[in-house]
Design a protein around this ligand. Structure first.
Ligand code: UDP
Ligand code: MG
Length: 137
């Protein structure tokens, strides 16, 4: 069974969208295998998004991601990396399909409510960033 990392970003937690987001995953037959709330430091956010360090939005993104608590989850299911990306919608909420989380709730290209791993290798790295094996059920 495939696993992926999902994050409800600080905007989603602050706007009390945790239940709504989890409901969408579970409603699609996805299992939550681990979950924790954490407040990243700016350094931790920079490490997590290191792949984007040359991008113009890196400083702002990592400031945002460390601005408040987030909910990190391991999701499990068949083809769950792609399924989660489909449920999230496009990075830019203006291009996200109706019914996706980002279409329905995002307010900004940066404040787009959720993160999801984009490939098996990144899923593995991102899960290990937040969870040890004992924390994944
Ligand atoms: N982002 C941004 N401006 C951009 C592109 C991305 O602020 O022009 C932010 C946004 O929060 C996005 C995150 O950086 O979710 C990571 O970007 P990526 O391209 O990996 O998008 P994702 O995989 O989250 O859809
Ligand atoms: Mg990405």
């Amino acid at each position: 069974m495939e696993k992926t990392l999902s994050i409800i970003k600080p905007d989603g937690v602050e706007r009390k969208l945790v239940g709504e987001v989890v409901k969408r995953f579970e409603g699609a037959g996805i299992r939550v295998a681990a979950m924790k709330m954490v407040h990243l430091t700016s350094e931790q956010a920079k490490l997590f998004y290191a792949v984007h360090r040359e991008r113009p939005f890196y400083e702002s993104l990592t400031d945002f991601m460390s601005s408040g608590p987030i909910v990190a989850m391991v999701l499990e299911g068949d083809d769950v990396i792609q399924k989660n990306r489909d449920i999230m919608g496009a990075t830019n909420y203006k291009e996200a399909a109706p019914g996706t989380i980002r279409h329905d709730f995002a307010t900004d290209i940066e404040k787009n409510v959720v993160h999801g791993s984009d490939a098996p290798e990144t899923a593995k790295m991102e899960i290990a960033f937040f969870f040890n094996s004992l924390e994944i059920c």
